[in-house]
Write a protein that binds this ligand. Sequence first.
Ligand code: HEM
Length: 441
Amino acid sequence: MTVTALQSLPLPPGSRGFPILGETGDWARDPLKFAHDRSARYGHIWRTHLMGRPTIVMLGPEANRFILGTHMHLFSSRLGWSKTITSLIGDGLSLLDGATHRRHRAMIMPALHGAALGQYFDEMYAQVRAHAARWLAAGELTMFRAFKHLSFDIATRLMLGPQSQPEAAECFRLFHTFTRGLFAPPAWKLPWLPYGKAWEAGQRLRPMLRRIVGEHRRTALPGTILSMLIAAHDEDGQGFSDDELIDELLVLLWAGHDTITSLLTWVVYELARDPAIAGPVLAEQHALGDTLTPADVRRMPVLDRVLREAERLHPPAPGGFRAVIEEFEYSGYRIPVGWNVMYSSVFTHTMPDLWNEPGRFNPERFAAPQNEGRQPFCLVGFGGGPRVCVGLAFAQMQMRIVMAHLLRTLRFELLPNQRFDPVAVPTRMPRDGLRVRVRPA
Ligand code: HEM
């Protein structure tokens, strides 16, 4: 299409919402309702204003394929993120574009796939055994918080190696403050704002990570993800610099534990409230034998369907943003440079033409004869295309090990007087964090 023809096309329909805030409040409160309400009014493409940016929302698997796959060259990931995130994380993988992104991704991939994964089994299993024993002793707990500690311990152990108890506790505290500022505009370094606190925490985390990187380089400490990243090099034989490693570690630690925490919390919720779902998952674990082995992890189709159904109905990220760097036409509308586009996982995951009874948690929809979810880009809880979650295989393995051990050893009972409606941003969780009573199996 010529530039003049493109210029003559209209913008998608929609509303800007309130000054400055736009429609951010509606979206953050309930991203699914936000998308449903507007799609009923405007169809599958419309404009809005989110987090200080004019934004065009494109809905459905075809839009997901366009943004994440076939037309990804029209977009920048980095420019699509808010200033709070880019200024705190720097140049980690999810904030890179083009050749630099491809270089970093190729160097990170081997540490999170294939043979490397096998090395992580023992640590993941040891950590879940230790945490589960403490949960049982405590008797009652809030699952979101408990999974956050577990996932963070697994991530830091595997990425950075063992730390002293005080250092590990300090690292957890700083990281918690750091991640709370990622989605909390404005990006002003004032000590009482979440962003200001996150900035301060980042100023302390970076030297800690720099020291750990230095120790790894000096001692050639084997077996950690960091040691693999240090050994990685590109086609020209160049490795990561210390600054690049620090940014990558911040991204991997953040992306690598909050999302898993969220998804596992919803899995426990769904299993605890419905014995008809829990029954077959338990039976599968009992059939596998007493001690969990690495081979078992690949033989859990029932649990796997539960995890996929949790990804569908409770995706930790409601969708994703990209900034438009080249004007284009979509569905007869003009999508201008400088605007953001958003794809919506929550919406795609509940489209009635893709999913039967989309509001119902039904893992068996993925099995024969229904075989739902086979259409490309209809299940995008981990993104899709060349930028699909780089930690997907790592996350799947960890979630299977954690759930397999918990199913074999513990029972979770939902405590009364709590709210389960989801808080969506920054990471989806039940409003009260899922309070449970823990008993031995
Ligand atoms: C349940 C667990 C997880 C979920 C649901 C999840 C979800 C996602 C999604 C949706 C994206 C794509 C965002 C976009 O393109 O719009 C993504 C990318 C990414 N994820 Fe994950 N993730 C999970 C676990 C992990 C783990 C364990 C790690 C690291 C160990 C990780 C590291 C990353 C990184 C670095 C990216 C950026 C990839 C790139 O841009 O090339 N994630 N993840």
